[in-house]
Design a protein around this ligand. Structure first.
Ligand code: DAH
Length: 333
């Protein structure tokens, strides 16, 4: 029965099988245990010999079991390691993964540039009050932008903001000085949709208020920004303008980023981009409306057309491309 046990152990393919063999031979009702019990029935002189033989055989079976068990465990480990290795050459089905829309990529890029220049990025609501959007921004009572034909009103006092300039008021009213912030987001105007107009578009508002803030700070900020965004060879052109909330006010164009000033169809051969932003020195009335001493503090502000920046940067001739969700367009960026 030793050879039989050894053969069975040899053939065993799993630890479970091995355990069954152990029970068959060495278990309480196993073959060897039975033999031991039967020793008492043998003649006295044969007993020691039989006992010795049975014990030796049991030990041999035990050893064989232990050896085989070790072997099986090693094999199991090997199999497991083999299973867990990653086949880096394996072929797999590639899935389309989404990404930020071009306008959101542009917003993030703008915010990063201003963050790197030390500006706080502030979030604000798309629905705001007439007070924040017009009154405190020094807009005259008869300003055309106040009319319901230009701006979407929700009630007499609440509207969809037509510009991000309302964020200037919100931040100044918090009462912490100095201020150095940008705030970007959606704005809404009652405009017909065409290649350059959309009833919803994006602006980035910038506001700096401190002692001794001057027009030179505004120009330096804008020039650093435009070079970061489009490259070192960009220049800005300042044109006088009028806004109720700044004095003096200006509009700014940049070198056409497509022809870099040489003249091309995109810029109508002028070498200059379309108007990118409006800005100026914060009007003292605006500072005072927010409880800021306009004798002590001055500020500059500007509002940037984010969609225009995206159009100019990526050479788009139609603002609708940004909002149509045409996959052929989206996949290019
Ligand atoms: N709010 C103006 C607009 O929507 C843009 C603007 C002009 C923002 C001058 C400013 C500013 O902060 O100082 O066209």
């Amino acid at each position: 029965s030793l050879t039989k046990a050894q053969n069975e152990i040899e053939a065993a393919k799993s630890l479970d099988e091995l355990e069954k063999i152990r029970i068959t031979y060495l278990g309480k009702k196993g073959v060897m245990t039975d033999l031991k019990k039967n020793i008492s029935k043998l003649p006295n002189e044969e007993k020691p010999m039989a006992g010795k033989l049975i014990n030796e055989t049991s030990t041999q079976i035990e050893n064989a079991l232990a050896e085989k068990s070790e072997l099986l465990k090693k094999e199991l480990l090997k199999e497991k390691i083999a299973e867990e290795t990653i086949d880096v050459t394996a072929h797999f089905e590639k899935h389309d993964s989404g990404h930020l829309a071009l306008i959101n990529q542009t917003l993030e890029e703008l915010e990063t540039i201003f963050q790197n220049m030390g500006f706080d990025v502030v979030e604000g609501p798309e629905i705001d009050t007439v007070k924040n959007v017009f009154d405190d921004l020094n807009s005259p009572a008869d300003h055309p932008a106040r009319s319901t034909s230009d701006t979407f009103y929700i009630t007499d006092d609440i509207l969809l903001r037509p510009h991000t300039s309302s964020m200037q008021i919100r931040v100044m009213e918090e009462g912490k000085l100095p201020i150095k912030m940008v705030s970007a987001g959606r704005v809404f105007r009652n405009d017909e949709v065409d290649a350059t107009h959309s009833p919803m578009f994006h602006q980035l508002e910038c506001l700096v208020v401190d002692e001794n803030v001057s027009m030179a700070n505004l120009k330096a900020t804008l020039e650093t920004f435009i070079k970061e965004m489009f490259g070192d060879d960009m220049e800005l052109r300042y044109r006088p303008h009028h806004f109720p909330f700044t004095e003096p006010s200006l509009e700014v164009d940049a070198t056409c980023p497509i022809c870099r000033g040489e003249g091309c169809p995109a810029c109508g051969n002028t070498g200059w981009s379309m108007e990118l932003l409006g800005g100026g020195m914060v009007h003292p009335n605006v500072l005072e409306a927010c409880g800021i001493d306009s004798e002590k503090y001055t500020g500059f502000a500007f509002g940037l057309g984010v969609d225009r920046i995206a159009m100019v940067k990526y050479g788009l001739d139609d603002i609708r491309l940004l909002y149509d969700n045409d996959k052929r367009f989206l996949e290019q960026f």
